[in-house]
Write a protein that binds this ligand. Structure first.
Ligand code: DSN
Length: 455
């Protein structure tokens, strides 16, 4: 705490303007309900490692194989992070250097595929990720590197295995992604492995959203089923903003050099010096995630999400797949009109509840004006909130959605901006939303966030 205070003091004398913004953001995080399912609150320990002198060092290469001198201590730090990752996930290989999730996923392509190979992932609008071969991504057809084929979810909102099987048989992919960003149900690793194994494809699990649930025993592990695993470290895993790539025993059986190929792809292939401060903070997060308290945390995230789902439904909201198995829920707003996600997201924002508008399966509108809201419980669970709070929050979210249900997205694109301007000015003055904001503030004050940090 003393160190943090001194750090703030230095910032205050050097750059009060930036400190002012940090303090304002701390206040925003404290006073609101953070419900974006990919966000979380790291521990003070993680932040102390992140904000350390390790940012000063260049360390291109890997432990004991560096291009620069002076890396004896950095070697210890990176080796600790790697060994903790291997032990926690139960894998024989880990690379902790990817700057974030997208470069981690790119490295997997470069290590396993050649230009022209077919790659497959879930369509973005159905809950996939840009880097899983989305049309607009360099990993998709926009990049002219791979031939990307996208699979979908069916009417129930879960993976359409009939379509997947026939696409795999027809296109013979080199790599298949299993792992999603807006999918409320258990990730079906086993079913994917049968399909990938019969076709000879690499199966890669992107568990960025659920890695904390996996190590906490609240979600099935992909390890027995897939060849490679990627994950960001800042979502349910509750570490710093970074990523890891892991290879399973199954992956090494397919290609014993897979780990070496991934190492070479990250550096010298794609990246420069690793962010050593992030590596240290990942090591801290992995240690935290190995504790019994983290298992309790991971299971509470899921209990909270299930309770929130029931509360939302009881209060008149419709959910994609009618519920959740994980940390994440997707509200289907089509009962209020297509493309209404923007109204509900912004009304929730005014009420102090942070979520994101999101496409729903079979999206009738567009990715920028989608018809759903994506939300989740990892950050609220970190604050200590439990089922009783989820009951209340479900009710408040439904109240906000119903408060703006009269707003409809104009068909005419030019008319939309004027309409949104009017909407924004009206929600600022809406008494019902102001009352929800008061209740949110009262709730947040019962679950203090970073009490060690003074504003
Ligand atoms: N931005 C992440 C998410 O919110 O799911 C995916 O990259």
């Amino acid at each position: 705490m003393e160190v943090i205070m001194r750090w703030f003091d230095s910032l205050n004398s050097t750059d009060p303007e930036t400190l002012k913004y940090i303090k304002a953001e701390l206040k925003r995080q404290r006073d609101g309900l953070e419900m974006i399912p990919s966000e979380n609150f790291t521990s003070m320990a993680v932040m102390q490692a992140m904000g350390s002198i390790l940012t000063n060092k260049y360390s291109e290469g890997y432990p004991k194989r560096r291009y620069y001198g002076g890396n004896q201590i950095i070697d210890e730090i990176e080796t600790t992070a790697i060994e903790r990752a291997k032990k926690l996930f139960g894998v024989p290989y880990a690379n902790v250097q990817p700057y974030s999730g997208s470069p981690a996923n790119l490295a997997v392509y470069f290590a396993t595929c050649n230009p022209g190979d077919v790659v497959m992932g879930l369509a973005l609008t159905d809950g996939g990720h840009l880097t899983h071969g989305s049309e607009m991504s360099m990993t998709g057809n926009a990049g002219h590197i791979y031939k990307s084929v996208q699979y979908h979810v069916d009417k129930s909102g879960t993976v359409d295995f009939e379509e997947l099987k026939s696409l795999v048989a027809e296109n013979k992919p080199k790599l298949i992604w299993v792992g999603f960003t807006a999918y409320p149900r258990e990730f079906p690793f086993e079913a994917f492995s049968k399909i990938a194994d019969s076709s000879g494809a690499y199966l890669v699990a992107d568990i960025s959203h659920i890695s904390g649930l996996v190590v906490g025993g609240a979600h099935k592990s992909p390890v027995p089923y897939v060849h490679i695993i990627t994950t960001t470290t800042h979502k349910t895993l509750r570490g710093p903003r970074g990523a890891m790539i892991m290879v399973t025993e199954k992956g090494l059986q397919k290609d014993p050099d897979l780990g070496k190929k991934i190492d070479k792809t990250i550096i010298p292939g794609m990246q420069g010096g690793p962010h050593n401060h992030t590596t240290a903070a990942i090591a801290v997060a992995l240690l935290e995630a190995s504790k019994p308290e983290f298992k309790e945390y991971a299971n509470q995230i899921v209990r909270n999400a299930k309770t929130l789902a029931e509360s939302l439904k009881r209060n008149g909201m419709k959910l994609v797949t009618d519920g959740t198995d994980t940390h994440l829920l997707l509200i289907d707003l089509t009962q209020f009109g297509t493309g209404t996600g923007i109204f509900v997201q912004e009304a929730l924002d005014v009420s102090g509840i942070t979520t994101n508008k999101n496409t729903i399966p079979g999206e009738p509108s567009s990715p920028f004006y989608p018809s759903g809201i994506r939300l989740g419980t990892p950050a609220l669970t970190t604050r200590g909130m439990k089922e009783a709070e989820m009951e209340v929050i479900g009710k408040l979210i439904a109240q906000v959605a119903y408060a703006v249900k009269g707003y409809k997205l104009p068909e005419d694109k030019a008319a939309r901006q004027e309409y949104l301007k009017k909407f924004r000015s009206e929600i600022e003055k809406n008494d019902e939303l102001a009352q929800v904001r008061e209740q949110v503030l009262a709730l947040c004050s019962r679950f203090p966030l970073y009490p060690e940090l003074e504003i």
